[in-house]
Design a protein around this ligand. Structure first.
Ligand SMILES: C[S@@+](CC[C@H](N)C(=O)[O-])C[C@H]1O[C@@H](n2cnc3c(N)ncnc32)[C@H](O)[C@@H]1O
Length: 303
């Protein structure tokens, strides 16, 4: 696990609604939404529902849509901020008003919220936490007969190998010195900073370094270095932003890799919730659009 969640905070503060923006234009839909609407159907009137590791709340928003009477909270350890993402989705504004967002709230501490819940939900979330600590906290925060429902990552070794390769590309960017050189150029815009970036790009131009990530980076840097000084000066804020986004992308990818490695090493990781006192009620593979293995739907109940 990376030491801080700054990369997630940055991600949620820059307009993302889910952790898979390439696959979902808004909140989760299709079979994933169907899983959550099935969970919502069994809620008692006026139920209290907490989504953990919530990001900007796509699952809480789905629960708001499918459980019109429920009271909803969305908690995440990172500094989540749904406003920029929601600005692009006015159709979700009414649902979002029903959700209380709780930034800086680790799953391992939800027993301290002073509230007991009928349902705790999490999508691609609890697997990122300390499993036994979050299990203990969630069991304590559930009402008797309350449920925990998850959609969890199901990694394969091929997926982990791909993520591993991506990490090696990021490592190469780091070793070449290109990232700090880019940051410096964004801060100073001086000819010396330009030279430093040009030098750092040399090892990345070798055929052995070629990859989609490195290729598009080198191409982008080439365009930057070809700019006139005045144009480059104008671009400085955008350069700083790009360098920070790249570093955050690297840290997010490392987090994802680490989590998926942990799951691969212990595929029944979610038994931690059984050890903490819940019963495992159901376990279903979710196939998005009938074919993409998008997660494992798990439902637990507190006796
Ligand atoms: C892959 S994202 C999923 C977010 C959201 N559920 C979604 O589906 O878009 C994982 C989230 O877990 C959060 N997270 C990681 N460790 C956590 C912890 N110990 N407690 C609470 N949230 C945590 C991260 O900040 C991040 O927002």
């Amino acid at each position: 696990m990376t030491n801080t969640l700054d990369h997630w905070s940055r991600y949620w503060q820059t307009g993302h609604l889910t952790s898979l923006p390439e696959d979902f234009a808004a909140v989760y839909d299709g079979e994933i939404e169907a899983f959550w609407s099935g969970i919502a159907k069994e809620l008692p009137e006026g139920a209290q529902v907490l989504d953990v590791c919530a990001g900007n709340g796509p699952v809480a928003l789905l629960m708001a849509r499918h459980a019109p009477q429920a009271q909803l909270w969305a908690a995440d350890a990172a500094a989540i901020d749904p406003a920029p993402a929601l600005a692009g989705h006015p159709d979700l504004a009414d649902l979002a008003q029903r959700v209380t967002f709780l930034p800086g709230t680790p799953a391992e501490s939800v027993d301290g919220l002073g509230q007991c819940f009928d349902l705790v939900t999490s999508q691609y979330g609890l697997e990122y936490t300390d499993w036994s600590d979050s299990a203990r906290a969630i069991v304590a925060a559930l009402k008797p007969a309350g449920r925990l429902a998850l959609v969890a990552h199901v990694p394969t070794s091929a997926m982990v190998a791909t993520m591993d390769a991506e990490q090696r590309e990021y490592a190469l960017l780091g070793q070449s010195g290109a990232l700090p050189a880019l940051r410096k150029l964004g801060e100073t815009g001086t000819p010396a900073a330009r030279k430093r970036l040009k030098r750092a790009l040399l090892p990345l131009r070798s055929p052995s370094a070629s990859s989609a990530l490195i290729g598009s980076f080198v191409q982008g840097m080439g365009a930057l270095l070809a700019m006139e000084p005045a144009q480059l000066a104008e671009q400085q804020p955008a350069i700083r932003q790009y360098a920070a986004d790249l570093a955050a992308g690297r840290d997010r990818a490392a987090d994802l890799l680490d989590t998926n490695r942990r799951i691969l090493a212990q595929p029944r990781w979610f038994e931690a919730f059984v050890e903490a006192g819940l019963e495992l009620v159901s376990e279903t593979e979710i196939l998005y659009q009938g074919r993409h293995r998008s997660g494992l739907g798990l439902v637990f109940r507190k006796p």
